[in-house]
Ligand binder design. Sequence first.
Ligand SMILES: Cc1cc2nc3c(=O)[nH]c(=O)nc-3n(C[C@H](O)[C@H](O)[C@H](O)COP(=O)(O)OP(=O)(O)OC[C@H]3O[C@@H](n4cnc5c(N)ncnc54)[C@H](O)[C@@H]3O)c2cc1C
Length: 518
Amino acid sequence: MLMDLAQLEPDSTLDADIAIIGAGAAGIALACELAGSGRETWLIESGDFDFDAATQALYAGKNIGTPYAPLDTVRLRYFGGSTNHWGGHCRPLDPIDFERRDWVPHSGWPIERKDLDPFYARAQDYCQLGPYRYDAATWPGVKDKVLPFAPDKLGTRVWQISPPTRFGEVYRDRLVKAPDVRVLMHANVMEIVANADAGAVTAVRLGTLQGRTATLRPRTLIVACGGIENARLLLASTGVEKTGIGNRNDLVGRFFMEHPHALAAYAVRKADLERFALYYGELKQADGTVLHAKPGLAESLQRQRRLLSGCVDLGYGYDRSEGYLALRDLGKNLSSGRFERFGRDVLDVLGDLDDAAGGVCRTASHEAVLWLASNSEQVPDPESRVTLGDDKDSLGMRRVKLDWRVSEVEKRNVRAVCTIVGEELARLGLGRLRLDPWLLSDDPRWHDIEGRFHHMGTTRMSDDAKQGVVDRDGRVHGYGNLYIAGSSIFPTSGYANPTLTIVALAIRLADHLKQKGA
Ligand SMILES: Cc1cc2nc3c(=O)[nH]c(=O)nc-3n(C[C@H](O)[C@H](O)[C@H](O)COP(=O)(O)OP(=O)(O)OC[C@H]3O[C@@H](n4cnc5c(N)ncnc54)[C@H](O)[C@@H]3O)c2cc1C
């Protein structure tokens, strides 16, 4: 059934068996799994079925750490959530990503990859992917396109590409028609209310942008608002626990992780692009599954050299040598009348004249060159975090302050991965790589760093309440009826895009709730 908070009686009090806050990938998969189970499940969504600027503005916040895109542009606040503009790249985390590795502080999930495998297999359908197969050798259509990397150094990591599934469009009808599901639109959860001893949730406070309010009393509550907003909502709910719900060990909002991305290296001579088709492109298989691949670090090498999990994006473009880029800058500055840099620009060109000339020739003959970009795991860092600022949104909720930290360890890791890829390409006679100067320098800063819109870690999972906000089932430590779904519960990030894992965990949570009789 479809409902709209704006149409309900003012200050209504409503009851639910299960309430899910947030209709993104996690919330929608959960609601679909619970539909038909006989429990009255409410799916509470802040937005409309389409983008609306006033609702989106609730996501604005402040970045105070590593440069990051504005927080209202890195996620979407309406039915379907950020899947309304995701890219659809899907891959499960590797088995080693779940392990406690003594060279990665705070690593280790309380579950293993094999515990998630059956749920990954079910998540494939939600993301409209092919069979649960991520080993290149099992796909006859790509076998001959796999580069013969030394297996103790690199492997070919396969991704499947979703159409991409717009969860809001694809699953809306199924949910609205389910007799035991209520989809409540324009309902912003502003606070989670706990009982006096902070052991259970009793209610959530809802409001529209126009000021209509209501109270919902669920027997079980699941927070599924996305990797940043999950933490914000817990931190903002201070009625009983003064530092926020589930935050008695000061962990909510900490350990924020992204997949830091920056161009890192390029091939210095014309690449044999055909050999790289699987890596820079997408290949459709006979059954319709679309595959893509990246070179990734062998697990044995990660253990031996104490490296993080990582791989590289390969693409092709045009010359990026220092000399050629300096020449381009010189041209751009002259044509826009910026003469003050003239002397400096000329010196830069003269400093790398060979590459400046080579770049002109390669560009004139439309020769493509390969580039590499980082795709790395982050070390979980308690100082990398989401907190609440003093500014308030139009509902009166404190806005997010994001302090994203990226460390020297990750930079060194990207350098190691690129070096290994370079060695392997040279051994195979496929091109010589030149690492970008920023990557070679000892300066810990990255150049032109970006995130991939993957927000992880802010309500991490651990069996130990002192190390994590939720337990292995996603239940908030100390609370009998409060759960969290989404990438905020990942203790480590791996290098794979998060949504397939988010959906797998949501399905697992739905099974858990049904078994528990929630
Ligand atoms: C441009 C872009 C490209 C991406 N590409 C990929 C990719 O290729 N592969 C991949 O795996 N991932 C990708 N992602 C990430 C992916 O979109 C997210 O991992 C995924 O959508 C997260 O699902 P979620 O349900 O946890 O959160 P979301 O999808 O963000 O959904 C959260 C929902 O909660 C609602 N909500 C928030 N706060 C409240 C509140 N207080 N009250 C009520 N409702 C609320 C929101 O309106 C939203 O509907 C991409 C993201 C972006 C932005």
